[in-house]
Design a protein around this ligand. Structure first.
Ligand SMILES: *Cc1c(COP(=O)(O)O)cnc(C)c1O
Length: 414
């Protein structure tokens, strides 16, 4: 029982249960209470492995209880759908600046990296559980999660998937990718409202215990493919280790050298995975959280106040158009514990706002976090600049990260 709810440390689950349920029954997110540690020996071993092998090696420590052979098989299956032999190639842009390309999967969203694996993890967990006949996945999306989940779960036996997207809030390409998805078990819904409305709706369904019990009577389990599911988060930890070993293999760094990571951020899943890698021993110095004009997180990291009471803006980087970054809850839990998390999350749902206590703010700074935002104009300028300087064409989300990566380190918050 390595997984606990962020709102109650006494509420245990094993990895299979965490993956199956998606969220904890008390509204919290299942999180590993004690993280595994990787030593230089482990990192050396990773250097000689394929992505598939490295993923299985790392994941067996973050998905404790899944049989090792199963994980090896799933990683082979999931990552054979990627078009690049490296799965996630690390491309050098300039001295000390690299781009980790996570878009070589089926739907070109970085989310394929985790979502191609998730159905395997869920079906295996449902089989072991015994009573579950069908797992129904409900997913809110700002565009990318939806198409990547549909593609991952399409025609997977024992599963059914429903995706909710904000009408008018996704790009035409994303809408078409979703609404033309083939498969007998896929459903797509446009909702009136924005991504946060979609996400709150899905969370409310999950929190409805009576409904879940009724469904369970007919062998139907509800689960989530959003990055609030531990099974989404764990596969994202892998590619930070992978990047580090690519840098070692190409002689760009020596073992033990610290790297900074800069992550385009929406729901705070991807950058949290980087923090987890760091806590597990990967030599990472700064964790730079990059946001677009929806800069709730930038404000939070710089002032300690999280305030979602503002308009959600539509930007050119729609996968980051989010006001409630769910996975921040996991960071708060890891740094401050379940009592503080429960308190702050209660404030958030009541007033849409909370203020981190001073000791939590200090821990966030000490953990290496910094945050920057870039609006559409700055980001499109960055796309042009990067293209002209190094001949690399980056997308709008990467552009936000490139802007943030080049801003100087902030002095620690007072
Ligand atoms: C989903 C997504 C993000 C945001 O990632 P989170 O892990 O939710 O913070 C950023 N960029 C792209 C391209 C995405 O698809």
């Amino acid at each position: 029982m390595n997984y606990v709810s962020t709102r109650d440390r006494a509420r245990f689950a094993d990895a299979q249960e965490a993956v199956l349920k998606g969220t904890a029954p008390d509204g919290g997110l299942f999180t590993m209470d004690i993280l595994p540690l990787f030593w230089q020996d482990d990192i050396n071993k990773l250097c000689t492995m394929s992505y598939q092998q490295a993923a299985a090696f790392i994941l067996k420590r973050y998905l404790v209880g899944y049989p090792e052979q199963e994980l090896e098989e799933y990683c082979k299956l999931a990552y054979s759908t990627f078009s690049h032999p490296d799965v996630a190639p690390l491309v050098k842009l300039s001295r000390n600046l690299y781009s980790l390309e996570l878009f070589h999967g089926k739907t070109c969203a970085f989310k394929d990296v985790a979502l191609q694996l998730l159905p395997h993890l869920m079906v295996s967990a449902a089989k072991r559980e015994g009573k579950i006949r069908e797992t129904v996945i409900l997913t809110a999306t700002s565009g990318d999660t939806g198409k990547a989940s549909l593609e991952a779960f399409a025609d997977v036996d024992g599963t059914r998937i429903g995706v909710f997207y904000p009408d008018g809030g996704v790009s035409d390409v994303q809408r078409l990718q979703m609404t033309t998805q083939s498969g007998g078990n896929v459903n797509v819904f446009a909702i009136e409202g924005n991504f946060d409305d979609a996400q709150s709706g899905v969370k409310a369904i999950f929190a409805d215990t009576a409904l879940r019990e009724r469904l369970m009577e007919s062998g139907i389990a509800l689960s989530s493919a959003n990055s609030i599911n531990w099974g989404r988060l764990a596969p994202q930890i892998v590619y930070y280790f992978w990047s580090y070993t690519r840098l070692l293999n190409s002689g760009e760094i020596k073992m033990g050298d610290k790297i900074d990571v800069c992550v385009p951020t929406g729901n705070f899943g991807n950058i949290l995975a980087a923090y987890i890698a760091k806590k597990s021993g990967l030599p990472i110095e700064r964790l730079i959280c990059a946001s677009n004009a929806n800069n709730v997180l930038t404000d939070f990291f710089n002032t300690g106040i999280y305030d979602r009471n503002r308009d959600l803006l539509k930007t050119d980087s729609p996968s980051m158009d989010i006001l409630v970054s769910s996975n921040l809850e996991r960071l708060i839990f890891m740094l401050a514990g379940d009592d503080v998390t429960r308190e702050l999350m209660a404030q958030l749902s009541k007033t849409g706002r909370y203020e981190a206590p001073a000791d939590l703010r200090k821990k966030i700074v000490d953990a290496g976090f910094g945050a920057f935002c870039a609006d559409d104009e700055e980001a499109s300028g960055q796309i042009k600049k990067t293209w002209e300087a190094v001949g690399y064409l980056c997308d709008t989300h990467t552009a936000v990260a490139l802007c943030a990566a080049q801003k100087p380190a902030q002095p620690p918050a007072p």
